[in-house]
Every structure is written in C-alpha cells, then in structure tokens.
Design a protein around this ligand. Sequence first.
Ligand SMILES: *Cc1c(COP(=O)(O)O)cnc(C)c1O
Length: 411
Amino acid sequence: MMAENVSLETIANEVGTPAYVYSAATLTRHYQVFEAAISKMDALIAYSVKANSNLAVLALLAKLGSGADVVSGGELKRALLVGIPANKIVFSGVGKTVDEMRDALTADILQFNVESLPELHALNACAKELSMTARIAFRINPDVSAGGHEKITTGKAENKFGINIDQAEAAYAEAANLDHIEITGIDMHIGSQIDTLAPFKTALLKGIELIKTLRAQGHNIRTFDFGGGLGIPYSENENTPPLPELYGEMISKATQGLDVKMIFEPGRMIAGNAGILLTKTIYVKKGSVRNFIILDAAMNDLIRPALYDAHHNIEPVKFSNNGAPTQIYDIVGPVCETGDTFAKQRELPEIEAGDLITIHSAGAYGAVQAGQYNTRPLIPEVLVSGDKYEIIRARPTVEDILKTEHIPDWV
Ligand SMILES: *Cc1c(COP(=O)(O)O)cnc(C)c1O
C-alpha cells in the first residue's frame, strides 16, 4: 500500500511506527471539492482547525485560500502563524476566556460566534477596554437532532452549545444595546458526521426564518455561518453521506435572494479521509475464544473507537487478493484498558507479528485528540506529496515527557 507515490513500508522503516500519514493531494482535492460545491454562493470556507490542526496542514489549506474556525486561543495562534488572514477567521466555543477574547480582538478577526449572554457581556467589556468593537453572530441552537453519535450531536435544546432559538430575539435585542458589539450575523453548527441532508435542511430553514425576523426587528444581518458537520464515508457498510455537491446545491437554493454571505466550517470532510494511522503488529495472540492482533498504536493515539464507538476500516499494508487464508480478529492496542480496542471480529488476511497495519479515515480527530496515557509519547505526523514526504510533527521521547515533571523537595 502506498501513500501517493511513497511506500508505507518506507515510511514505517524511516519514521517508525505508529505514525499518522496524510496526503497533500487528498487534502487539496477535498478542499477543492467543497469549494466547488459552494461556488454558486457568496461564501467563506473557515476550515475547522480542531479536526487537524498541524501547522503544515493549515499552511496547505491557507495556500488554497481557506479561512479558519478556531475554538481556542491556541488554535487562533496556529491560524495566524500560517498566514490565514484575520478577516477569514471566526472564533467559536462555549467557554472563551477574556485572554482569548483579547487576543482575537487585537488580531481583528472577522467574527466571534457568541454562545451565551454572559459571554456577550464579557466580550463587550473586553472590547471596551481595548476601545474596539467586536463583530458577533450568536450561535443559535435550532433544536434539531443530527450526528451519528450522542457525543457529537450539538444542536439539540439539551446540548451545552449556543442559544436556544426561542431565546434568540431577546439575545439580539440585548446585543444591539451594547456599545462595543456589532451584530453581523447568525451561526449554527448542529453536529458532526451527519450523513443525511434532512437535519441540515431543517436547521437551514429555521435559520433563514430567524434572519428574516431579526432583520424586521432592525438588525443588520449580513452573514450566515452554517458550521460544519458534513459526514464522510468510514465504511462501505454504513450510510453514505450526501456528496458535498448536493449539500451545496440544497443550501444555495434555499438561500437564494436572501442576500447573506455564507460561512462554512468543514473539518472532517477535508481532513478525515486524507490520513491514515500506520501501525505495526506487536503480537498475534490466539485466545480460547478470540484471536487478537495487538498493535503498537493504542487508544491514546486514536481515541475515536473508544470514545464514539467509531468504525475505522483496517487493512494490512501488504496482502494479496488471490485467496489468501483469512482469520477473524479483535484488533487492540497495548494500553491497560478494555476500551483500547480498535475493532472487534474483523476478517483480515492472516497476520503475523511485525506486519504493518493501516487504520483508515484517521486524518481528522486523530492526532489532535491524542494523549500520553501509559507514558506513551505522542506519535509523529507525516505529510506526503507525490514521491516525497516530511515529518510535520516529531515524536517526543519519554525523556521529553519526564522533563516537564517535578518532584518537590518535601516529597
Ligand atoms: C467541530 C466543529 C466544526 C467541524 O465539524 P466537522 O464535523 O469536522 O465538519 C465546525 N464548527 C464548530 C463550531 C465545531 O465545533
């Protein structure tokens, strides 16, 4: 198996395993497919940095013209560092601190997506202190069910995100009275890995109605940030998410004549299927009821299966299609948790210790969610382009981890 024109075996030998491997060509293609899908609208793509925030990935997307949706001061710093213009950056998140607001105001970002009234007042005070005005959209929670898993649905009334749609008019009225706040639009992000158009359409129509109501009340609504959330195929056996083209067409038709600038915050759709997790088999263990493939990657490197019961396709790097014998395996990592299981009861060609294995669709919400549980250092990220590749995040050593810790004299 290759990543573009580079053999994964070469990367495993030279970089070591486990490692994330991303394809520059696929990242580019996904960005351009999304760009084409929304090309009929006046629209900004603000790539959701949290999906994959590596500086090289951000720099590549910046070069293609992408803006950024950031959810922390750290992500803001990343976006600015790679040269994403401030007027293409929006700031989302339920718990922005005053320090983060100050940084974003100073950078003069396009828009704050404000998620509560206390946040609104904190932002107004912060802008006043800097003698500035903060451009805002309220994140509206339209009370729509969406997202493949309860942990990634965000648009229901009981979720922590945004302002309930029935409280929106009051919130805008309150914002209009603040001297250092300028209302520019509305914002909605209803969930992630959404695999049908229906919830998007329901939310969109509610958003359009709200824009009309707010305008009738005298608010100058110019932007409609519709968030991210478009799903990607993780497996042949699951629902196939709508093509970006159909998503774009639906939104373009519904917003025709509305005279708003659309903002989109795709994350997974761009990065998810542009990356794999490359890992090596440490042992194959034949139990009395199950066979286990024990990998050198674990839940601390890719937490999606443990956290969201997510399915990832898994394949050996080397296999032949001509009737090689297969086995049913549970595929697990070395971490001391039963939850450290990538897949159960998968049919694979017979695997031996030392065999390289790829875990697919790992480009989004993979490296960014990694941790160092069991004192396992973060794993490197590699970017491939054509027949070249580079390490875009180095593997720290155990010594690097231990250096940050300190034993008090009195212990
Ligand atoms: C996570 C997130 C996104 C991106 O979601 P995807 O499903 O990766 O497209 C966009 N906007 C906000 C506010 C988010 O929290």
